[in-house]
Design a protein around this ligand. Structure first.
Ligand code: PLP
Length: 490
């Protein structure tokens, strides 16, 4: 694994001059090189015992001391605007008082409980509430703990209900870290998926609908993203797999880890027609996009006419409380199921109480409006950078889920993963913690749904300054993305 551009700098960067933020709002401030001396001391102590992501301090080079609203404070007194939001599972910033109170009350009353066996009021109330807000024909609830488990369960439901073996998925999606799905489908690059996990049968991956970057045509879009369905209908189903072998489709309504892509209405219309024609079930993986993240309770509500058989919930569903996930299904899929899913820790009473408080917050109003406002701010503030910087290929957002895709040049749109990581480092020095991953060429912001618009606008300014800094002296990219992936694997 080659080292990233250094995250450290002794410079303290003031908020951008154009910020114009309300002086009463606390803005992030980085006063030390990163990592600061206290963070470094913690890393030195812990490193001999750590492995994997916890042992890598280059992408998040500080140790959190506490969270306050939309800010993270590190042990050196630096503050960062939090655009990671615990990877989406802390949708209201530092867990707000109402969620904490609901959770603590349930905890005091029930402690740990296995809700699949000993029924309790928070778990039953949550199931009832989910059925009430579930879109379309969904009326049943299966309990779970993590997004990964929910997806694994969904594949079983699809197979049981249809009696068919195969599931179609879309490239660049992410469904978790179990061996089965990491192997079959993942936005993790091939250095992780096929170098580190086994292949499994039963999952067929076709390209995710993408209007900017087409697998079938060179250069930048806008492309007709239904081309992938031509490929499915005219090639895959003709040459490889008979449609009656397919149980269903597993699809993220907005591609999250894969870089915030929003399919067109035409794509959904045609996909729905194909599903009806061939008896395929539609499973929407809304683990990342549910509960307001994309400006609607469920991201699928951004379009009309999508009629899912299953929807998977996780992350923001916890409201920042405790781990929880769920599967919503139709009577046909779940009513007579003989599957044994769930988990010891599924729907613990305290987690259910927090999830209910989160739904209350969204239904009280304001949260979805704010997420939609953040979307507009991102698009407005960052759109000029498309003309300003050769390396900014595309700017996309769906509610409070936003991405910039970096390229080496605008004609070939060859990916620029090193530029992306360098922008992340430059943004960190300006007090912006976004989402990055090595080898990928899109950078994401995932703020609290409730982040004040002024703070988000200030972040966008800081991000623009970070891009300018990197564009002035861009890192050398490796020959091709495949080469960088191969290098990572060594
Ligand atoms: C769409 C999607 N599905 C499933 C998962 C896995 O969720 P978890 O990490 O809770 O297992 C994720 C996590 O990022 C996700 O984004």
């Amino acid at each position: 694994m080659s080292p990233d551009p250094s995250p450290t700098s002794a410079t303290t960067l003031a908020p951008p001059a154009s910020s114009g933020a309300d002086p009463d709002l606390e803005l992030p401030s980085v006063r030390t090189p990163l990592p600061g001396p206290r963070s470094q001391a913690w890393f030195d102590r812990a490193d001999p015992h750590l492995t994997g992501a916890m042992a890598d301090h280059t992408l998040v080079p500080f140790v959190e001391a506490a969270k306050r609203g939309y800010l993270i404070e590190d042990v050196d007194g630096n503050t960062f605007a939090d655009h990671m939001s615990a990877w989406g599972s802390s949708p209201f910033g530092a867990t707000p008082a109402d969620v904490r109170e609901a959770m603590n009350t349930a905890w005091d009353r029930h402690g740990m409980q296995i809700s699949g066996w000993v029924q309790n009021i928070p778990a039953l109330e949550l199931a009832e509430r989910l059925a009430a807000i579930a879109p379309g024909r969904l009326s049943r609830v299966e309990y779970s703990v993590t997004g990964t488990l929910a997806v694994e369960g969904a594949v079983k439901f699809m197979r049981e209900a249809s009696g068919r073996p195969l599931v179609i998925t879309f490239g660049g999606q992410y469904h978790g870290e179990s061996t089965y799905l990491t192997a079959g489908v993942s936005s993790d690059l091939s250095n992780v998926t096929s170098m580190r996990a086994q292949y499994v049968a039963g999952v067929l991956t076709i390209p995710y609908p993408n209007r900017f970057r087409s697998p079938f045509q060179p250069g930048p879009g806008p492309f007709d993203d239904t081309a992938v369905l031509d490929y499915l209908e005219n090639y895959v189903l003709v040459q490889q797999i008979h449609p009656e072998q397919i149980a269903g489709l597993l699809i993220e309504p907005v591609l999250g880890e894969g870089g915030v892509h929003l399919p067109s209405q035409a794509f959904w219309d045609r996909l729905g027609a194909l599903a009806r024609r061939w008896g395929w079930l539609i499973c929407l993986d809304e683990v990342q996009t549910c509960m307001g993240r994309c400006g609607e309770m469920f991201a699928m509500q951004r379009w009309t006419g999508i009629d899912p058989d299953l929807i998977l919930l996780g992350k923001a569903f916890s409201a920042g409380g405790q781990p929880i996930a769920a599967l919503l299904g139709t009577d046909e899929v779940m009513g007579d199921s003989e599957l044994h899913l769930g988990s010891t820790y599924g729907f613990t009473p305290a987690a259910c109480a927090a999830a209910l408080a989160g739904i209350d917050r969204i239904e009280a109003g304001g949260v979805l409006d704010n997420a939609r406002a953040l979307e507009q701010i991102f698009l407005t503030e960052l759109a000029p950078s498309l003309a300003e910087f050769e390396q900014v290929g595309d700017v996309r957002a769906a509610g409070a889920l936003a991405a910039i895709e970096f390229v080496r040049d605008r004609d070939t749109i060859r990916p620029a993963p090193r530029f992306q990581v360098a922008v992340h480092q430059a943004a960190l020095r300006r007090g912006v913690l976004g989402i990055t991953q090595r080898g990928k060429w899109h950078y994401r912001l995932q703020p609290a749904l409730t982040m004040p618009p002024e703070v988000f606008r200030d972040t966008c300014d800081r991000l623009r300054d970070a891009i300018a800094e990197v564009a002035a002296n861009p890192p050398t990219e490796r020959g091709s993305v495949l080469e960088s992936v191969a290098e990572e694997a060594r």
